[in-house]
Design a protein around this ligand. Sequence first.
Ligand code: NAD
Length: 501
Amino acid sequence: MNKPSDLKLDIVPVWINGRAVVPQGRMGEVYNPATGQVTRRVPFCNDEVIDGAVRAAAAALPEWRDSSILRRARVLQRFLVLLQQHQKEIAALITAEHGKTLPDAMGSVQRGIEVVEFACGIPQLLKGEYSENVGTAVDTHTVRQPVGVCAGITPFNFPAMVPLWMFPMAIACGNTFILKPSEKVPSASIRMAELFREAGLPDGVFNVVHGDKAAVDALLHHPLVNAVSFVGSTPIARYIYETCAKQGKRVQALGGAKNHAVVLPDADLEFTADALIGAAYGSAGERCMAISAVVAVGAAADPLVKLLETKARKIAVGPGDQDGVEMGPLVSAQHRDKVLGFVNQGIAEKAKVVLDGRNPGIKEGFFLGTTLFDDVTRDMEVYKNEIFGPVLVVLRADSLEKAIEIVNANPYANGTAIFTESGGAARRFENEVQVGMVGVNVPIPVPVAFYSFGGWKNSLFGDLHVHGMEGVKFYTRTKVVTTRWPHQDTPSAGLSMPTLG
Ligand code: NAD
């Protein structure tokens, strides 16, 4: 199997029916954010290419959905081993196209691999229910059957992990899949498709297409696509949810975030500041679980801000593939300028500038330094918007009650954390906060693969989270079968509505 680099093309191919193909038509550019240079081009698929991918997935469906669960599990087990063997290579592709540091990229691939580990247990996960004698000599059981052809549309910030939240679970459940990764970071998905084929996955079960809104719309409106998983920004998540729901397609759409950390005066402030620095500035703040707002309660505020300033100032900014670098560039010039615009706005609206990251002193690439604002209020744009960059804002509250009110009033509700030594305060926070994922002295409360991942309110449209048992539920339909065998000595059927018992 050729690697994309062996194809002697500076174009990232699509992957349809087990083959790398370069379609004609519109192209986008892929950058190395650390240099600002274009490194590859990526096709923006039109309706015809998307139709080809969907038809390949539909053609592969009957055989794959009827293959034994053990066969499916074994393909996943081999895929797991190949992903582990190629983890560094995939991480290097992520750093080259996204910009995050290599250790951070390795960690993100690891979190994705853990979903494949979970999916290897699919024979156990797909077990149904059985009840004997729901009526006299009548039994009932349930089976979980695949939904059919599924599509996944993913964001730029986790080029391997977010796709891995979706397609291994869908495919383990017996579905076939079309992935449309972010056009900014397309290469990791193609490498994973090659590895999955090497693991023994039949052609057509997993396909990868590229592109922008046109490619996404072609998937959303294709009559053979039965279910859509989306992760990205809130306005697009809402659009995906509404478009699919209108057509009766199953849909889960995870959106943006503004994750708050509440810090109480009894917290270990040194430990808390270390945790917050990693959560705010790791991956240059381009994480859906980044802490972007701190609510400092009472006497915690002054010493906490001092510690945050000292630690944020020391963060080494540079190319993600260099040793010792802790924070890489933003993904694109456009995104860097958007984040810069928010910092300018924060200064204009009189947030207190503790640290100004606008001039990181690096000439090439899409870099920004770390910015810290204090005395931020809820009416400021730096608070109201998801900035998705290395900008941390501190709000002050005089009680836990007030802090919870601030978190709950925010329209985003992906993750949140509390830092305290008090079990009672932590329990109250856990109970009252209206957010999908909660950390207690844990700054990025990302659940493990055998629990689900997802937020509330504007951070998720749909009913089911991704992976864990929620993923199994999303990618299967339940069928309830009620059985009676006529040779048994039972009353003959009449014309009235049948009743059990
Ligand atoms: P985005 O919404 O711009 O793009 C996501 C995907 O949608 C991409 O594949 C893109 O090609 C496609 N897309 C973009 N515009 C579209 C349009 N008008 N119509 C149809 N499709 C379109 O998001 P992004 O900038 O790639 O990623 C960052 C966002 O993702 C942030 O808001 C972040 O919080 C969010 N995110 C959320 C989670 C989560 O679990 N909730 C995880 C990761 C990222």
